[in-house]
Design a protein around this ligand. Sequence first.
Ligand SMILES: Nc1ncnc2c1ncn2[C@@H]1O[C@H](COP(=O)(O)OP(=O)(O)O)[C@@H](O)[C@H]1O
Ligand SMILES: [Mg+2]
Length: 249
Amino acid sequence: MAGTILEAKGLSKSFDGMLAVDDVSFTIQRQEIFGLLGPNGAGKTTTIRMLATVLDADGGDVEIGGHSARRSSGQVRALIGLCPQELALYEELSALDNLVFFGRMAGLGSQEARVRAEENLQLVGLQDRAKGAVAKFSGGMKRRVNLAIALMGRPALLFLDEPTVGIDPQSRNHIFETILRLRDEGMSVLYTTHYMEEANRLCDRIAIIDNGRIIAIGTPVELKTELGDPAQVTLEEVFLHLTGRSLRD
Ligand SMILES: Nc1ncnc2c1ncn2[C@@H]1O[C@H](COP(=O)(O)OP(=O)(O)O)[C@@H](O)[C@H]1O
Ligand SMILES: [Mg+2]
């Protein structure tokens, strides 16, 4: 299943006259984990929201599976799953009921939603907590429920917006393992983060974004080779070299 799943073409978005995303273009190949790496405020979430048809672009377009987000948003939505930066779940419901609810919203029948909800809880390692109210979960467990929700429609392309911010190492590893397994099964992933070591470890290719603009795209090794021996250079140093600033600031 080679080929391009997503092509972003000159996406732009302003808020109150300030350019948050500035002429962003890139492609994602099928079965690729593509990283959007940049500091807070760089424009990662705004980009993902336009790609996921949540927010209209001021300029440019995106094609997903050959469908234009502008002209065929319904067809685009059928192919994607969005795991937003802000948790979107019902705290008072159990994990299982959250998944069934969102599965029904995605158009599944009740039996299908139930089966898939159980599969997805297994996938993110929460099968033992299926009946527990989400309100009692740790931050990392809520993130895993958030991810399981995004997978209810079995998307061809999954958008993950900073899924590991402020979570425990166990949840983080579960999320990484889930992403890698899904990729091996054929899914494509767009992953945003401001953690360079995550992007380095997980992503096949990375776009570095700063002030709304993509300033470099390549495999982690390609990006580091620009500066020297890729075994010695870090993505942090690449970012510093490109911007004069630290990614951590
Ligand atoms: N709804 C909004 N209204 C006004 N400004 C916004 C809105 N969403 C994002 N911004 C601004 O756009 C810029 C990019 O934000 P965002 O895409 O959230 O960055 P990131 O996800 O990389 O941290 C920031 O300066 C942010 O303050
Ligand atoms: Mg963000």
